[in-house]
Design a protein around this ligand. Structure first.
Ligand code: PGA
Length: 232
């Protein structure tokens, strides 16, 4: 079983969601398929696909204009939430500490956080990938509770450029070892960044890759379905 998680980002509307959910309904798969939708499209789903969220407030219910609390997500039947996506870190200045607190907030509400980490192009060029991702991992994860990790190199997101198989394998091994050391060796570790129907199968055959986080290719049934089917 692999995790195939779509991230619609700030895209989509009710018609597109309905049509995707309807099309996926008859798909036969043993994989865990989740589509993380913008807030106005939360709820629904079917036996094949669950609907997740893309962010959660740092705070409980209260005077936090514009924030969606963990309790609100729970009420919308959300079981998974992306936290610390590189676009949140970049455009909303989310630090590892904020990501960790959001993850803990999700867990407190019975929601599994999908914690994103990944090096920048500058980090990669400077040969710092391993130390950067390891620190991001250890500083962003909750003290207790289940979570999922998504390794998403920033330079691979939306660019069509992906790391080599060896590079993905090396990073996932580093993450797996770091998690094992703290007794979290069953944590799923996903790869994300320019996953498409052509590269999905090879990526998911790499050791310690337990699924994929898919942006652009999750928006259309024609490109999302082959990725679901690519997972063995
Ligand atoms: P992409 O996005 O698949 O469009 O590169 C991945 C992501 O940002 O999660």
């Amino acid at each position: 079983m692999k995790f195939i998680i779509g991230n619609w980002k700030s895209n989509g509307d009710i018609d597109k969601k309905d049509s995707m959910i309807k099309s996926l309904k008859s798909v036969k798969t043993n994989n865990k398929v989740i589509l993380c939708m913008p807030f106005h499209l939360l709820g629904g789903g079917n036996s094949v696909v669950e609907i997740g969220a893309q962010d959660i407030s740092l705070y409980p219910n209260g005077a936090y204009t514009g924030d969606i609390s963990g309790q609100m997500l729970k009420e919308s039947n959300v079981k998974y939430v992306i936290v610390g996506h590189s676009e949140r870190r970049k455009y909303h200045n989310e630090t590892n500490e904020i990501v960790r607190k959001k993850s803990e907030n999700a867990i407190a509400n019975g929601i599994i956080p999908i914690i994103c980490i990944g090096e920048s192009e500058t980090d990669k060029k400077a040969g710092r990938t391993m130390s950067v991702v390891k620190k991001m991992l250890l500083d962003s994860i909750p003290k207790q509770g289940d979570f999922i990790v998504a390794y998403e190199p920033c330079w691979a997101i939306g660019t069509g450029v992906i790391p080599t198989t060896n590079e993905i394998s090396a990073v996932h091994e580093t993450l797996f070892k770091a998690l094992s050391k703290i007794g979290r060796d069953t944590t799923p570790i996903l790869y994300g960044g320019s996953v498409n129907p052509t590269n999905a199968s090879e990526i998911m055959s790499i050791n310690n890759v337990h699924g994929v986080l898919v942006g652009g290719a999750s928006l259309k049934y024609d490109t999302f379905l082959p990725i679901i089917n690519a997972a063995k």
